[in-house]
Design a protein around this ligand. Sequence first.
Ligand code: NAD
Ligand code: TYD
Length: 360
Amino acid sequence: MIFVTGGAGFIGANFVLRWLAQHAEPVVVIDKLTYAGNRENLAAVDGDPRFHFHCLDINDRQAVAALLARHRPRALVHFAAESHVDRSIHGPGEFVRTNINGTFELLEAARAYWSNASATERAAFRFLHVSTDEVYGTLDATDPAFTESTPYAPNSPYAASKAASDHLVRAYHHTYGLPTLTGNCSNNYGPFQFPEKLIPLMTLNALDGKSLPVYGDGRNVRDWLYVTDHCDALQCILAAGRPGETYNIGGRSEKRNIEVVQSICSLLDELRPKPSGRYAEQIEFVADRPGHDRRYAIDAGKIERELGWTPRETFETGLRRTVLWYLENADWVARVRDGRYHSWIETHYGNGRRGQEGVQ
Ligand code: NAD
Ligand code: TYD
């Protein structure tokens, strides 16, 4: 079986649902259920005997160690993190606690488990760390894309905390021989993304008739990858990645923010036309994010060459799927927005199930 931290968040939930649809192998999810963790994201696999959920902070080394000893996973896929740049600017402390200290505690639990495992278990074990392209800093318009050897130059507290976690993972391989793997991925989008990030925020604000707040001049560039393509890349890395290596993952899909917002508006004009006017009329340029990175671009040549991974979705097909998902899942959106998702487990299962799940 495999362990997944942060499996109730956006990418983690997509990964778990996809894993259980494609593999017979069970999954144990560890998630603290912060504001970004939504137990409802995993509702489709509730009752599946291969799925186990534990509400747990990755900083709780003893509890994580006890679960590792009990389930004896062959791999640990580490998604759990504070993930939003704007939140890291307003309150960096939680980013240090979860992304740096939490990764450290998790590495220590994994190292103890792995050190005491049998030779066969030790050889098979993998610690797959899910990270971001933001650790490399910012690019000018004509700079070449980030490769795995681009020096780290994180600019936001979020990026710095992820960079620190990447360094710890690297050191645990170099010093202790822990079989680690790291993926550094560009911006993801798709179902279940919390509506604080650009694509769901703009989609839902547009539908609500609210302003679409584009930071600065709107010409900052991000590379976009549909979430299931990221999940597939992680599966490739887990299956065939070389321990100690890092792999850049991206969609070869660089877009200016204003282009992304305009594309969302055009899709909504087609799929949910307003009685009068166009959604793009709601676009508003607002004050820039402090320290806003100008451009990210990923050279995904290594994972393409070595592991044969390529993205299946284009930005156009992925964005259409995403906008349709938000249109078709208005109940999920409503529960996330009014906070009802926090009480989802109690509403659906009552206290008995809560106890079994280890929800604290
Ligand atoms: P998310 O914010 O949607 O989900 C994070 C999950 O981690 C939540 O379920 C939350 O409850 C859980 N969590 C937070 N702190 C925890 C703790 N201390 N202990 C246990 N669980 C905790 O994030 P996401 O967008 O799904 O990102 C997942 C991972 O992928 C992160 O490590 C992020 O840095 C990385 N990543 C994200 C993107 C992106 O575009 N979203 C791109 C590249 C890499
Ligand atoms: P975001 O989704 O927060 O991801 P990240 O900062 O990790 O790349 O933002 C994506 C881009 O969109 C980023 O350049 C900031 C910009 N942005 C806006 O212009 N307005 C917004 O309201 C948000 C949330 C982001």
